[in-house]
Write a new protein. Structure first.
Length: 434
């Protein structure tokens, strides 16, 4: 049984100048499916009935992506394999995007053989325009991606008029692009793999998790979800989603980014280590031995796929009583949490407690995880961490402003205290994926 069928999609763009800015017009744009040779050989011995195999990969359903401009002609599916529409992108920042389902209603598993977008945009064109076809969750469509019989994948078709600070990047005259986009599906074989759609934090690969965070597709991941990570000679440990939110205060000048966005922290204590081998809090977190240790030994022990997703984070931390010191700002891959990122100080008195003696208390916020557990300076069992199965103290990055040698820690009962930096206590850092 052989099938051969190929469809080519054409995209046309017209650019006009309007109010000194070009008008992008998408005219007679189409998206289609192409099929390469499909061959199935059947050898049957005996007397039986065989239901005919059916190859049927086609389009269904189109839905606009929120925030898109209104098209001048809505997407229209013809012959189940071609989608046409037209739209205008009048201003930089405008976009036209829509979802469309690719349905395999046949009896034969299919897989992507190729996704071809031609021609490639020139360097100048790419400064003001972009287009792409991905899965709806932002995952790139790749060769050998499986489309099982009876299943559906939703694609996202995207056209964007990019904003540029330099207006000379915009086209100066009407321009028309003739673009051919071809998605070829073939009969699946042993090379077929499922696309890495997010399913659960515990079971997804780090590549899938990182991509999900970067594309904003984290709805299946929840604060408190955990995942084990093999750190070689440092052993196997557990990571937890500690934060997903980014409130407006995160945009405040001088605000630490350590509790903003998608934050992971270690559930347990990796090992014991000195906060500072000098035995002082002079220079705070940036000058500490601990900072060097977590950003080298601990960081390097993480899987490469995870390290590739860890972002540089602006870390604000408090100072000790050394004359002339003010709050510190550093840029780190990994960092220890601060007092406020774990505890809310509820003593009602700013003349004492951590909101006085951690000078950067107001420069950060409580992580979603600890806020959800209502961890405060008077109710703190939710802050307990263990070292090899036993409750143990773990270091925070906050220097105590009334001392020259002390940093804060979380005690074995979960309470907040301070201690000399020379003492070895638990290492349990955090980091962000953006």
């Amino acid at each position: 049984m052989k099938f051969k069928r190929r469809f080519v999609k054409k995209f046309k763009y017209n650019y006009k100048t309007r109010f000194l800015l070009p008008l992008l017009v998408l005219v007679c744009v189409s998206l289609g499916l192409g099929y390469a040779y499909l061959q199935t050989d059947l050898a049957i011995v005996g007397v039986t009935k065989l239901k005919d195999n059916e190859w049927n990969v086609h389009f269904e359903n189109t839905q606009p992506v929120p925030g898109s401009v209104t098209p001048t002609a809505e997407p229209s599916i013809s012959e189940l394999t071609t989608v046409s529409f037209s739209a205008q992108l009048e201003n930089p920042g405008d976009k036209y995007e829509f979802y469309i389902d690719v349905v395999n209603s046949g009896t034969i598993d299919a897989m992507v053989d190729s996704l071809i977008l031609l021609p490639e945009l020139t360097t100048d064109q790419a400064k003001y325009f972009s287009y792409n076809v991905t899965y709806s969750d932002g995952i790139e469509i790749e060769k050998n991606h499986l489309l099982e019989a009876g299943s559906t994948e939703t694609l996202k078709v995207s056209f964007k008029y990019l904003e540029n600070a330099d207006t000379t990047n915009y086209p100066q005259a009407d321009t028309t692009f003739n673009v051919s986009v071809t998605i070829n599906y073939v009969q699946a074989d042993d090379n077929a793999v499922k696309p890495g759609h997010p399913e659960s934090f515990e079971t997804d690969s780090w590549n899938t998790i990182v991509n999900a965070v970067k594309t904003g597709n984290t709805s299946v991941y929840n604060v408190g979800d955990t995942k084990t990570v093999d750190m070689g000679t440092l052993g196997t440990h557990t990571l937890r989603i500690a934060n997903k939110s980014t409130p407006t205060e995160c945009s405040t000048t001088g605000f630490s980014q350590t509790a903003c966005g998608f934050v992971l922290e270690f559930v347990d204590i990796i090992e014991l280590y000195n906060m500072n081998t000098t035995g002082t809090n002079v220079g705070g977190w940036p000058a500490s031995s601990m900072r060097t240790y977590v950003n080298t030994d601990i960081y390097n022990a993480l899987p490469t796929e995870l390290k590739n997703g860890i972002t540089d984070t602006t870390v604000v931390s408090g100072h000790g009583s050394t004359a002339g010191e003010t709050n510190f700002t550093s840029t780190d891959k990994l960092y220890l949490l601060s007092t406020h990122e774990v505890f809310e100080d509820v003593d009602g008195n700013t003349s004492k407690g951590i909101d006085r003696y951690d000078t950067a208390y107001a420069n950060t916020r409580q992580l979603d995880y600890y806020k959800g557990l209502n961890v405060t300076t008077s109710s703190y069992s939710g802050a307990i961490k263990q070292n090899n199965g036993s409750n143990a103290r773990w270091w925070l990055r906050s220097a105590r402003s009334s001392a020259t040698a002390a940093f804060y820690y979380v005690g074995s009962s979960g309470s907040c205290g301070s201690y000399s930096a020379i003492n070895p206590d638990g290492v349990s850092p955090a980091f962000r994926i953006v």
